[in-house]
Design a protein around this ligand. Sequence first.
Ligand SMILES: *Cc1c(COP(=O)(O)O)cnc(C)c1O
Length: 513
Amino acid sequence: MSNAPRDASTSVSVMNEKLIFERSHPGLCAVSLPTTDVPPIDRSRAVPPELLADAPPPLPEVGELDLVRHYTRLAHRLFSVDGNFYPLGSCTMKYNPKVNEYAAGLPGLTALHPYQPVEDLQGILELLYETRVFLAEIAGLAEVTLQPCAGAHGEMAGVMIINAYHRSRGEDRVKILAPDTSHGTNPASCTMCGRQACTVKSRPDGRVDLDDLARQVDENTAALMITNPNTAGVFDPQIIEIARILHDHGALLYLDGANMNAILGIARPGDFGVDVMHFNVHKTFSTPHGCGGPGAGPVAVAEHLRRFLPSPQVIKNDDGSFDLRDDGPDSIGRVRSFIGQIGVLIRTYAYIRALGPEGLRQVSEKAVLSANYVASRLRGHYELPFDPPYAHEFIMVPQFRDKGVTELDVAKRLLDEGIHPPTMSWPVAHCLMIEPTDTESLATLDTFADAMIRIAEEAQTTPERLHHAPHTTPVRRLDEVQAARQPDLRWQPPAAPRQPSEAQSAAAERRET
Ligand SMILES: *Cc1c(COP(=O)(O)O)cnc(C)c1O
């Protein structure tokens, strides 16, 4: 380190963090390896010459401590559940207990291999068996498959099961209905499975328009996919009637279970007429997720759909041992390799076991209370298009268009307050969808409500502060379309092959200019 040129930037704030390439100084290295005693070989004999580079890649050269600090500083630029309030509606960004990470990281679990014989896998199979039994109980349904590896993947498996069910009755029903508040993955899953997605209207109060449903459902309807409570934040109390309308036409009711955080231990989908549903266990049962991170989407089915479940299924033998059972003749087969997304399922198990039935019910009671509390604090400052009570999230619409202030401006201003923006413009145009979750303290909810009220006042008095927000983040307002279409990643490797040190001095030159 001592031979590094003086660099004032080592002490600058997170805001001005340079690229690692721009921190590079020839000769610095994060690890010192002893001189090798393996005799060198002629590399052109080991690798075909056309695959050999002319020069080593121009990688950055930095010392270990500078490397650690660079990435530590970058890590602190992020918004994360562990660092910030994260009311991203529909995503359930609640606190993920660290004990789950401990459980999922136990060496006895991480070192397992799916090709080990089942006698060696008894522990994990027992855990998975119990997980599927717990989920079936929470769903109020007959049996669960742990195979699907995301909510959307669960939807796809669910629609495959629905297709298999109708085919077993000699029918090929092509229409699947979904309310206009449904998540984009619902119609996508239908299309993936060769079904035709049709939209059912919602009433002004956010509930399903039963007349429109009755008009559309017919002998060609395979199912309705519904989210309840829905993404407008309201529980649809007509659900039993909705199930009856579908069943009268031989169609099935599919529940998108992404919002289970609102009804754990309070209502069971099987009890309100659902035939098949998925869980987003990474949301409801706490796995760090987002940005395409890991998930699992177990699917629960009623008795009449049990035989179509994917395989392999984790089962308990009469002698108390655990096993994997392969396809029955009606199974839709495998929807992924091996048993499922084990790491996420271990977290699910740990979460359910830590809380127990009473604890799970309290999760939902608190999630619902938190959403309704924040909504009541914001009423009068923002328009709330649907009437309370809300489920675990709610929608509000900023009404500052006369000041030129949009929902995007409000969302961006929240970043200055250290708060992750809510979901925007879905399922209602120009809205913000707020899901405080069950794990936030009253103080945090108040801090958020205070910030939102301050922003509403700012929209009236100094709207220009909002137009240019955020003001304090490392990166300010981006042109989002350009950022996606022409990402500027700044550092480009030199066109012609050069020695690393030349590349580095070129980077240094660019820094000067
Ligand atoms: C998150 C979500 C999904 C998709 O789930 P993934 O696990 O991200 O695939 C589907 N429907 C709703 C309502 C959701 O909120």
